[in-house]
Design a protein around this ligand. Sequence first.
Ligand SMILES: Nc1nc2c(ncn2[C@@H]2O[C@H](COP(=O)(O)OP(=O)(O)OP(=O)(O)O)[C@@H](O)[C@H]2O)c(=O)[nH]1
Ligand SMILES: [Mg+2]
Length: 366
Amino acid sequence: MIVDSAKIFVSSGKGGNGCLSFRREKYIAKGGPDGGDGGNGGSVILHASPDVETLLDFAGRHHWRAAKGQPGMGKNMHGKAADDLTINLPVGTLVFNDDTGELIIDLTEEGQTYVIAKGGKGGRGNDRFKTPTNQVPTEWEPGGEPEEFNIRLELKLIADIGLVGKPNAGKSTFLSAVSDATPKIADYPFTTLTPQLGIAAITGNRHLVIADIPGLIAGAHEGTGLGHQFLRHVERTRLLLHIIEIEPTDNSDPIDNYHTIRKELDAYSEILGEKPEVLALSKLDLLGTEEDQQVAIELIQDHLGSDRKIFPISSATGQGTEVLLEECWRILKDSRDRDKKGWGRDDEIDTFEKEQNDKSSEQQDD
Ligand SMILES: Nc1nc2c(ncn2[C@@H]2O[C@H](COP(=O)(O)OP(=O)(O)OP(=O)(O)O)[C@@H](O)[C@H]2O)c(=O)[nH]1
Ligand SMILES: [Mg+2]
């Protein structure tokens, strides 16, 4: 299963103490009790927000504490209740008690909230202990204790991009080059046996979630090889990143390889066949000189036609990977703009565009 996870500590606020106080009035030796109640401590609330897509933000912040309630005061003044602390989580986050392993809540619905740590109740002031027989109570209550939990957050991610290509094409190597994922890599086919997911960060605080699946071979749509059962994962992505080995180690022809995979995708389902596709030529560094590289790229580019732009990359040197991710971002954004259905990165897109606009207007001012 493809998961993104984080561990955090949540703590609600302690309730404010009740107050012990008596009125002081001129000419009255001891006035009645007037100690006010303490305010409630803040609760920690989990909220399934459509604006959060991954658990990445939790890597940098472990403690989430709500504030304390203020203590009660004399003259029957109540302490102020503390604000609740809301933690925005992606829809689909599973929340576990990290000490017991027990599932606390599954945040499945957008807007769903759950009080994970309830704020301590404010303590009562001595005024509340007044009875007909006890007009000068000296009792007061301390504020309620906070609740604290170590929790583990888990999110089943849906990838933006699905990596497709023949076995050994360099899919897993690409994923490990652009994200923190550590997929198994080896120089034999079918190294990847189960899907792996990675989050690639690009400039401007933007992210792309990429799924690596086992390599595809002819007949994959009918179940040959390993890739078939994972194609339905890829069906849920928004973009295919098709990786073609520039000079296949098995001496096969890159163009034939491209068509083999295309045939399988088209045969598997209409959804997959029609998904936007970006082409990358991998292992560029294996071709000696820049000239050799250019010849190989042009050969393939000519065959596929100039309307199918291909992106040469080397996951070994990092060459071309940034440009490739930018292209993926652009296509995903275009597809969002076209179908207006939104995309998980909507917030990132808006912030990024605003920053770009601010920058260009600053430059114009100079
Ligand atoms: N020199 C060089 N070698 C690469 C590059 N990318 C991948 N390789 C090598 O190619 C071989 C296959 O890479 P993988 O990333 O495992 O290929 P894959 O497409 O995930 O293969 P499967 O999981 O079997 O489908 C490994 O030996 C990698 O080290 C690259 O950019 N440059
Ligand atoms: Mg692999």
